[in-house]
Structures are given as structure tokens and as C-alpha cells.
Design a binder for this molecule. Structure first.
Ligand code: ATP
Length: 360
């Protein structure tokens, strides 16, 4: 595991043997999925208490995002958070993505998404996807330096530094080292952006030279998209600049059955923030009780593993997989179950597995 490179040995907040974890339910389907996580944690009896931070829209004209500042303080204290899609604050010219802001202020420099084919989920194209996406998470196109110098024109700065590229590349190679197929595919658009993407690739290759046991592939982002869609099996770890990673993540989640299934983690030296992999708001299905909770549950399991609750993490993963295997499925993956029914199925499995007299 590459986790030792980030946020390792952190003094997690713990009172009387119980962990305190920051919870940002976010907007859209976030809050209903968090209810599911609470129910599952209760069934599993995990020693986790949530510190919930709701982030309401900023009042017009407000120049300090106080709810956000409090949430950041909470994460700094606890070092661990579970989040839904937290909204953009402000409007028009002053628009700032709270998600991007959170990554910047907490220095969550790497985003990791494990894209694996899901048990029981039928997909049109491929059945054995197993790719880890490692994405630079704090700069590139998401540097948030945008302005309109004159009416009718806008500029947006893409920033790439050797320092940030090196950190994320090291994470990717450390991670690849422990994989079944130790390979890193470095993604770029050097033909069009020779300086910025060129720097990213050069740094990645320099880091890669320290890992002779890991194969390195350098690939344009267009070809990477096409190759993944055609056959993802040759891929292992995909290392990408920020923006391309957003879309590669969308392709990967599409390949394994849709946006509701995968989890993603933002890591930095001081904190780890867990969330569903593609961070969808799901505005169109909000409040209808049909959202797929699998991605959020996988994020919650990753969180448990990270804080050292390995047994509970494994139990939750097994419970989710066996629910899927039994055909419990929400509409987005072709089933008829509600969010609650899926959660109940997971809870039943956990309760049965915890019963010492049950040979489950
Ligand atoms: P937004 O909702 O932010 O306005 P969008 O139209 O891009 O933007 P997303 O939230 O990104 O929508 O989701 C894309 C589609 O996937 C939507 O139809 C949404 O309902 C669906 N979807 C996303 N997450 C889930 C989930 N967990 N379960 C079921 N469907 C989901």
C-alpha cells in the first residue's frame, strides 16, 4: 500500500476508544446516502462518531465562508472525513468550488480511485476491469485562476509544478509496486501542451527510474480513453494530471456499471477525505429513495480501513459484495431495490456475520 506516503501515523481523534470523523453530507443524494452509512455503522457496531457539517449556500455578498471554515477545522482536527458532493459557493464571477478549495487548503494532493468490475453487475463491454486511477488533485487546470481581462474573453490558468508532479508520481509508483501487474501508465496531452504536460511526464519518468520493478507507459489522453474503452485489462495504475483524470474516472466508472458504484479518496500529508468516486449530485433522483448507495458504502469501508478498523472494513465490503451478488440492486444497475432495501440487506448480512453462534 502506498498509504504510508501520506497521512500515515496521524494522531486520529479518538475519545474512549471511539473515532471522531468529520461528515460532510453535501447536496443532492449525499444526505440520504449518509443516512445509509449511519445505519450500517450502527449495525456493525463500529466505534465511530460523526461530526456533521452542513454547508448551506452562502448569503449574497458574504465574503467569508464560515460553515466551510468550520468544516476545514474539523477535518484538520480529526484527519479523516467522509463527504458527498459539496456545492459550489458564490455565483457568477465569484464562483469557487468548495471541493477544489478543500483539496487546496488541506493539501490533498492525490486522488485515488480503484475501478474494479462489480460482482453481480452486468455491463455491456468488459467484465474484468481492475484499474487504479491516481490523479493530481491540487493544480493543473483546476488551479482556479480564472478571469476576464476584457469583455468577450476569459483566461484560465493551468499550473503544473515539478514539486506537485513529483509527489503524485511517487504515490503512483509506490502503489504500483505492490500490484499484481506493476505498471504505471502516465497520461498527457504533450502534443498540444508541451510545457505543462511535458513537465508532468518528465517528472513522472524521473521518479519511475527509481522503480525498476515497475513498467512505465507514456500515453496521450485520447489514446488512453480509447484503449480503456476497448480493453482495460493491460492497465494497472493510471497516473494523470488533474482534469484528464476527472474524465478518465468517468470512463472507468461507466465501464464497471455507472456512477453509483465506486469510491475515491483524497489524500494529503495531514488528512484523508473519502467520497463516492465520481462525486455526482444526482439532482434528478434526489429524495426519491432510489440512489445507489454502493459507492458511498465503499468509501465508508475505505475510511474504516484507514483508521485501523480493518475487521469492520472487510465485513462491510463483504456485505456489499454479497448483496450485489444476491441480485439486490438499485435501478441504475438494472435492479428494483430502493436505497433502503439495499442498506437493509447489507445490515442483515453484517448482523448475521457478527452473531458468534451463527456459522455464517
Ligand atoms: P448534476 O446532478 O450535478 O446537476 P449531472 O446531470 O451531471 O449533474 P450527475 O449527478 O453527475 O448528474 O449524475 C449523472 C447521472 O447519474 C444522473 O442521472 C444521476 O441520477 C445518476 N447517478 C449519479 N449517482 C447515482 C447514484 N448513486 N445512484 C443512482 N444514480 C446515480
Amino acid at each position: 500500500s502506498a498509504h504510508h506516503a501520506v497521512a500515515d501515523g496521524l494522531p486520529f481523534t479518538k475519545y474512549g476508544g471511539r473515532h471522531t470523523v468529520t461528515l460532510l453530507p453535501g447536496v443532492g443524494i449525499g444526505p440520504e446516502l449518509m443516512q445509509g452509512v449511519r445505519k450500517v455503522f450502527a449495525a456493525a457496531g463500529v466505534p465511530v462518531d460523526f461530526e456533521e457539517h452542513v454547508l448551506p449556500d452562502l448569503a449574497r455578498g458574504a465574503d467569508v465562508d464560515e460553515p466551510f471554515e468550520h468544516a476545514v477545522l474539523s477535518i484538520r482536527r480529526n484527519k479523516v472525513a467522509l463527504k458527498g458532493n459539496i456545492e459550489i459557493k458564490g455565483r457568477g464571477e465569484n464562483l469557487v468550488s468548495r471541493t477544489v478549495q478543500l483539496r487546496r487548503v488541506l493539501d490533498l494532493y492525490v486522488y485515488v480511485m480503484e475501478a474494479r468490475s462489480q460482482p453481480g453487475v452486468k455491463t455491456a463491454r468488459q467484465s474484468d476491469v481492475d484499474v487504479t486511477l491516481v490523479r493530481q488533485n491540487t493544480e493543473g487546470e483546476y488551479f482556479m485562476l480564472e478571469h476576464s481581462p476584457v469583455r468577450g474573453a476569459a483566461e484560465s490558468m493551468k499550473v503544473v509544478t515539478a514539486a506537485a508532479s513529483e509527489r503524485v508520481a511517487r504515490f503512483a509508483f509506490e502503489h504500483a509496486r505492490g500490484q499484481r501487474r506493476p505498471r504505471v501508465t502516465v497520461v498527457h496531452n504533450k502534443a498540444t501542451l508541451p510545457r505543462s504536460d511535458g513537465l508532468f511526464v518528465d517528472v513522472a519518468l524521473a521518479v519511475g527510474s527509481e522503480y525498476p520493478e515497475v513498467d512505465v507507459d507514456v500515453m496521450s489522453v485520447g489514446r488512453c480513453c480509447a484503449d480503456l474503452l476497448h480493453d482495460a485489462t493491460p492497465f494497472s495504475v493510471v497516473l494523470t494530471p488533474n482534469l484528464y483524470g476527472v474524465y478518465l474516472g468517468a470512463i472507468l466508472s461507466g465501464l464497471v456499471g455507472g456512477p453509483g458504484l465506486l469510491a475515491g479518496t483524497n489524500y494529503g500529508p495531514q488528512a484523508a477525505v473519502f467520497e463516492p468516486g465520481t462525486r455526482n449530485k444526482g439532482t434528478d433522483i434526489q429524495g426519491r429513495g432510489v440512489a445507489n448507495p454502493v459507492g458511498m458504502l465503499r468509501a465508508a469501508a475505505d475510511l474504516l480501513h484507514f483508521v485501523g478498523q480493518r475487521g469492520s472494513a472487510a465485513l462491510l465490503r463483504t456485505a456489499v459484495d454479497s448483496a450485489l451478488r444476491r441480485g439486490t440492486a438499485t435501478h441504475d444497475i438494472g435492479g428494483h431495490s430502493s436505497t433502503d432495501e439495499f442498506i437493509q440487506d447489507v445490515c442483515d448480512h453484517i448482523v448475521a456475520a457478527r452473531r458468534p453462534w451463527d456459522p455464517h
